[in-house]
Design a protein around this ligand. Structure first.
Ligand code: NDP
Ligand code: 8X3
Length: 258
């Protein structure tokens, strides 16, 4: 394992679920943390809490990754001490709706494509030049099993995560001579705010996704992200699919009364 102490880690979508768990997991390893998301009050609360619990530097700011101008402006004006980013975790993302394509609301498509694909591109494009110049860095994308398998009622979400798979592969090729690692961590079902957002706040529907089996927790995925980030320099874990034990494919989950 290579130490993450004093590395600077930039995490998008750090107010909930996997992004938030990553912020704590990397702080626990002694890394300095840059966290962002749209909900400024939450991102500030998390920053304060991390500063109390761990002896690391934390910088928090509001960022909607789908706003190209804001991405460039905020990343170009990071404070001294946070400018050199060693690890970028492209985590911000969402699903909107789970409907047959012909009954689906195009507003959700825009949100998913703008966040999961364009947002990831904007943030990566803003941060990569400094990594290329230094010939060092690690980009870790949070993809999904939906980036490997398409499923019914998920055409656009699956398309965005297939795009993350493709972008990750191409980037790895573009950066082959730059000593920069590019990885995806592709979870199955993780109990986070994801389903609540996907079902527009319908809590019962969201809860039912995780009933009858033990889903992954956000901390399980943060463990995987820390593992991938802390391999020796010459080791790049290109892709890691992580399922709950009761899941064998995107839509194959063994449920029973627990
Ligand atoms: P959560 O809903 O718990 O967290 C999503 C995070 O993304 C929030 O912090 C939210 O913050 C942020 N976010 C959403 N839109 C934007 C935006 N436009 N700009 C900046 N931040 C944004 O879900 P998860 O933790 O589960 O999701 C994290 C990632 O994991 C996503 O990419 C998701 O697709 C992926 N994933 C999730 C799985 C699951 O089963 N949960 C499985 C596989 C992959 P805010 O609202 O404050 O902006
Ligand atoms: C989120 C998990 O299986 O709903 O990426 O697509 S899934």
């Amino acid at each position: 394992m290579e130490s993450l102490k004093n590395k600077t880690v930039f995490i998008t979508g750090a107010t909930s679920g996997i992004g938030k768990a990553c912020a704590y997991a990397f702080a626990r390893e002694g890394a300095n943390i840059i966290i962002s998301a749209r909900r400024l009050n939450l991102v500030n609360e998390i920053a304060q809490d991390i500063k109390i619990k761990f002896v690391v530097n934390v910088f928090a700011f509001q960022l909607d990754v789908s706003n190209h101008n804001d991405v460039n402006k905020t990343i170009n004006s990071l404070p001294a001490g946070f400018k050199k980013i060693d690890i970028l975790i492209n985590n911000a993302g969402l699903g909107r709706g789970l409907n047959k394509f012909y009954e689906d609301n195009p507003d959700g498509w825009e949100e998913m494509i703008d966040t999961n694909v364009k947002g990831l591109l904007y943030v990566t494009h803003a941060i990569l030049p400094q990594m290329v110049e230094r010939k060092s860095g690690h980009i870790i994308n949070i993809g999904s099993i939906a980036g490997h398998e398409a499923y019914a009622k998920g055409s656009v979400y699956c398309a965005t995560k297939h795009a993350v798979t493709a972008i990750t592969k191409s980037l790895r090729m573009d950066l082959i001579d730059k000593n920069i690692r590019v990885s995806t961590i592709d979870p199955g079902l993780v109990e986070t705010g994801f389903s609540d957002v996907r079902f527009y706040g319908d809590k019962e529907k969201a809860k039912s996704v995780y009933k009858g089996y033990s889903p992954l927790s956000a901390d399980d995925i943060a463990d995987a992200v820390v593992f991938v980030a802390s391999r020796k320099q010459h080791v790049n874990i290109a892709q890691m699919i992580v399922f709950p034990t009761a899941q064998a494919a995107a839509t194959m989950v063994h449920k029973e009364d627990l």
